[in-house]
Design a protein around this ligand. Structure first.
Ligand code: ATP
Ligand code: MG
Length: 564
């Protein structure tokens, strides 16, 4: 993202949140992948903190190379609380950005989602009436990748600078795609599982995220094979007579957090809840052994929930529970919250945290959605469990192809080439991603990567609880060695050690991570970039926060000899 408002030449995405947020995010992901995030601008979330919001936004519009106006079926009709269509309000941001672009002579391309028609002249206020004469493009959910590809091609063909930017970029990621609509789906984008939390590109991009999304650390672009399970969870959440606590249980890396995120996002979009809240239970440093939830962990949970609910907490921690509980009880009758409690890492932790949330009033009419690797004992008689298993072979293969889309040969390989991956990972999506990344970064034949893995996993697996467990350790080991090779082993060790002094599941700010690592600026940036490229590290919130997957945390903290 450009820091200087006078720097122009970007593609500005204009959209109405309530109408077409998913499509705008989809466009953003694809255009960032293609041209680089510094050439794409998506509304106020891309504005640096502390800058003058209005001036920044309007300056961005005036300096844009092209403005894409994403228009869906509710674009004209979304109304204020008083019932006036927003578009008729001169202060409406969607309208102001468009008016500014048209007045400044910026090229405007309406992007019509699904079956929406271009608004007619009489439907538009006078300052944006020219919109109806602009040549539009269509973005259809079912053909999203085709439409996105075509739009990107046209932008590049019309603008040499964008074409040059596209040529400079190494395309490391597949285009953003929307999976097919689940059987019985509504056709509404809300029913699809394309995620739009945070675009990825070279592992080193991302936009600021709001509200509960800020607390959820997820990295998927698309989920495979989850329609049925999401359908069941959605039904459970919609029920108003039960299912007060839903627990998603499954092995590490099987996709619990990703599922909880999508289910919460869809439930919110469907209006099943007024608010979604998210808390990730951060484990104690495993160096000290995983124990019961300690006071600071519960304090973090309360502080995070209070922040999302905009409840001020007093200086004394002893009052926090009461203050949060009071805020929950003060809600109007009929208000419903969904609170996701991610990463409950032992039955003891689960019991103690859920106990407190139940006591504070977070169930009935509100609901809790838990994720855990272990059974959560139902001492409240309120828990319904949903077990998550590895992906079915066809979904595992689809994920492997998606992850390997930048490699033409891999994506064109027959299904049988992927069978060993499916077998060794037992359909675990995290392991599948690691294997494909290993293949892409090693430059070795897939067969060889798989053979090495089977040999190593068989050996390790005999000592651990499953083949997948052994495969995981082997893959982490390989990726960490690759990080050593690329960034130098000292820098690699110092960076990973910096994550290990934090707690499992915890995100760390860029500055803090650099301080803890003790690395100098350039060396730190270099190793961080390599870590992101190897998918060992996830970046979020405009690359200001970083985390490692809980399985990698356990792996790195476990063998002490790996630490410097
Ligand atoms: N169905 C899926 N399709 C594609 N990718 C997936 C799917 N499920 C999970 N993933 C990806 O696999 C990885 C692991 O998923 P996730 O972190 O949700 O697992 P988890 O069960 O929460 O693990 P843990 O127990 O360690 O917290 C993530 O990178 C996620 O994006
Ligand atoms: Mg998880």
């Amino acid at each position: 993202m450009c820091e200087d408002t006078s720097v122009g030449g970007h593609v500005f995405i204009n959209y109405r949140g309530e109408d077409s947020e998913s499509y705008a995010a989809l466009l953003y992901v694809e255009l960032c992948r293609r041209f680089g995030s510094e050439l794409v601008f998506l509304d106020s979330e891309s504005i640096p903190a502390g800058s003058d919001f209005v001036e920044e936004l309007l300056s961005r519009v005036r300096h844009a190379r092209v403005l894409l106006a994403v228009i869906g079926p509710r674009w004209l009709t979304v109304a204020s609380a008083e019932g006036t269509p927003r578009i008729l309000d001169p202060a409406d941001w969607t309208r102001r950005e468009l008016a500014e672009a048209l007045a400044a002579g910026v090229k405007v391309i309406p992007v019509l989602t699904d079956g929406t028609d271009i608004p007619t002249g009489p439907e538009l206020p006078s300052d944006i009436v020219a919109l109806c004469r602009c040549q539009y493009r269509r973005l259809r959910r079912r053909d999203a990748s085709v439409d996105l590809g075509r739009l990107g091609d046209e932008l590049a063909a019309a603008d040499p600078e964008l074409a040059a930017a596209a040529a400079r970029r190494v395309l490391t990621h597949a285009p953003a795609v929307m999976p097919s609509v689940p059987a019985g789906g509504s056709g509404d984008p809300a029913a699809t599982y394309m995620s739009h939390h945070e675009p990825k590109g070279g592992g080193y991009s991302g936009r600021a995220v709001r509200g509960w999304h800020r607390y959820a650390s997820v990295s998927h672009e698309v989920l495979f094979g989850v329609e049925q399970i999401i359908g069941r969870l959605r039904a459970g959440l919609r029920s108003t007579s039960g299912g007060w606590i839903l627990c998603v249980r499954g092995a590490g890396g099987v996709g619990k957090t990703a599922l909880a995120y999508e289910v919460a996002r869809v439930a919110e979009q469907e209006g099943a809840f007024d608010r979604v809240l998210w808390t990730t239970v951060k484990g104690e440093a495993s160096l000290l052994g995983i124990g019961e939830m300690s006071q600071p962990t519960w304090g973090d949970t309360v502080a995070g929930l209070a922040d999302q609910l905009e409840v001020p907490l007093s200086a004394s921690r002893t009052l926090w529970d009461r203050e949060l509980g009071d805020a929950i009880r003060r809600q109007d009758a009929g208000t419903r919250f969904l609170t996701v409690v991610d990463n409950l890492e032992s039955s003891g932790t689960a019991t103690s945290i859920v106990d407190r949330l139940v006591e504070l009033g977070f169930v009935r009419p509100h609901k809790l959605l838990l994720t855990s690797r272990w059974v959560v004992p139902d001492r409240w008689n309120l828990v319904k469990e949903q077990l998550v298993r590895g992906l079915a072979p066809k979904d595992a293969i689809a994920l492997a192809r998606h992850e390997g889309a930048s490699d033409e040969q891999l994506s064109a390989a027959p299904d049988s080439a992927f069978s060993p991956i499916v077998r060794i990972t037992e359909g675990n999506p995290y392991l599948i991603k690691l294997i494909v990344r290993r293949y892409l970064s090693s430059g070795l034949p897939l067969e060889r990567v798989v053979q090495d893995l089977i040999a190593a996993a068989g050996h390790l697996g005999s000592q651990k609880d499953s083949l997948a467990h052994g495969a995981r350790d082997y893959l982490f080991d390989g990726s960490l060695k690759e990080l050593d090779r690329r960034a130098g082993s000292k820098a690699a060790h110092m960076l990973m050690a910096a994550f290990c002094v934090k707690r499992r599941g915890e995100e760390v700010d860029y500055g803090e991570l650099k301080d803890i690592s003790g690395l100098a600026d350039a060396a730190f940036d270099d190793v961080l970039r390599c870590g992101c490229e190897l998918e060992l590290i996830q970046a979020s919130n405009l690359n200001q926060r970083y985390s490692i997957h809980s399985l990698l945390y356990e792996f790195t903290v476990g063998p002490m000899e790996w630490l410097p």
